[in-house]
Design a protein around this ligand. Structure first.
Ligand code: PBG
Ligand code: ZN
Length: 332
């Protein structure tokens, strides 16, 4: 916008002219959602024929691999083509071995999804918290998450995902140097063209509560404040993003989304790189809960929230609402 331009005042200018009819409003709407904007998260568990609703996330499920395949079919029919996979292993240990096991839950899921749905973009969350007995995103020594020791395990996990067909690797741990470590390992093993979508500005947020039930990944002691960002900070987010880009990130992510629209906008204005925003579990569940009580119109609040995220500058949105949103958008 040209700030030096002067516009005529009322009564020559009447902004209501372009709001008068649906046709006018639709024509001049600046931000449109479309099915290509969305990435749909899925929680995979061992077993078969499992589709267990997550009580704190109505409409979202833990699914076994066979159920995930049925879900992929449904997603493709809706025109949704990308999923973000979270694995919930049967057993956990101190070092999260299930995360980089060739027969781990994500590895099995990737092989099945890429076989049945080769066109589906399979993105994998790379972190250890779902796989560690203590629920932290890294290796613990002296009750502290050890940065550099964790990097080796994250790189192993990322490589294992790539080897089993992951299309994009998404590290969510917030260790320093993880993007460089992962990029180096992927490149040394021939995965030079596997993109990294870095959870770059991931805040330590109370809005992840429902997810931790879904992924069974709540920390068993303490919190994640020594690695995830403080929610009062914005400059620090720019530093995180700059570092991740230097280390080789192809896409940077802001998380959560609606409470961090300023960060999304600042990122879009400062960097020329695709920006993803994660509309997280708590953001989803708050809308669902208020709608269930009849306090808000859930569908309208959903579309308003997702549009705001895009308007702020997000190129893609990771959201549990992907299916519901597409159904509404397509039948508009
Ligand atoms: C794993 C991870 C989390 C989320 C995505 N990846 C949880 C956390 O950091 O505790 C949160 C997603 C959501 O709330 O929807 N580190
Ligand atoms: Zn984690």
């Amino acid at each position: 916008m040209n700030k030096n331009h002067t516009y005529p005042n009322f009564p020559i200018s009447r902004l209501r002219r372009l709001r008068k009819t649906p046709a006018l409003r639709n024509m001049f709407r600046e931000t449109h959602l479309s099915k290509e904007d969305f990435i749909y998260p899925l929680f995979v568990v061992e077993g078969s024929n499992i589709k267990r609703e997550i009580s704190s996330m109505p409409g979202q499920f833990q699914m076994s691999v066979d159920s995930v395949l049925r879900e992929c079919e449904e997603l493709q029919n809706l025109g949704l083509n990308s999923i973000l996979l979270f694995g919930i292993p049967e057993t956990k240990d101190e070092v999260g071995s299930g995360a980089y096991d060739a027969n781990g839950i994500i590895q099995k899921t990737l092989r099945a999804v890429k076989k049945g749905f080769p066109e589906m973009l399979a993105i994998t969350d790379v972190c250890l918290c779902e796989y560690t007995s203590h629920g932290h995103c890294g290796v613990i020594e002296n009750e502290y998450v050890q940065n550099d020791k964790t990097l080796e395990l994250l790189a192993k996990e990322a490589l294992s995902h790539a080897e089993n067909g992951a299309d994009i690797i998404a590290p969510s741990d917030m260790m320093d140097g993880r993007v460089a470590a992962i990029r180096k390992t992927l490149d040394e093993n021939g995965f030079t063209e596997t993109p990294i979508m870095a959870y770059s500005a991931k805040y330590s947020s109370a809005l992840y509560g429902p997810f931790r039930e879904a992924a069974e990944s709540a920390p068993q002691f303490g919190d994640r404040k020594s690695y995830q960002m403080d929610f009062g900070n914005s400059d620090e987010a720019m530093r995180e993003i700059a570092l991740d880009i230097q280390e080789g990130a192809d896409i940077v992510m802001i998380k959560p989304a609606v409470s961090y629209l300023d960060i999304i906008r600042r990122t879009k204005e400062n960097f020329n790189i695709p920006v993803a925003a994660y509309h997280v579990s708590g953001e989803y569940s708050m809308i669902k809960a208020a709608a269930e009580r009849g306090w808000i119109d859930g569908e309208r609040v959903m579309l308003e929230s997702l549009t705001a995220i895009k308007r702020a500058g997000a190129d893609v949105i990771i959201t549990y609402f992907a299916k519901e949103a597409v159904e509404l958008i397509e039948n508009r």
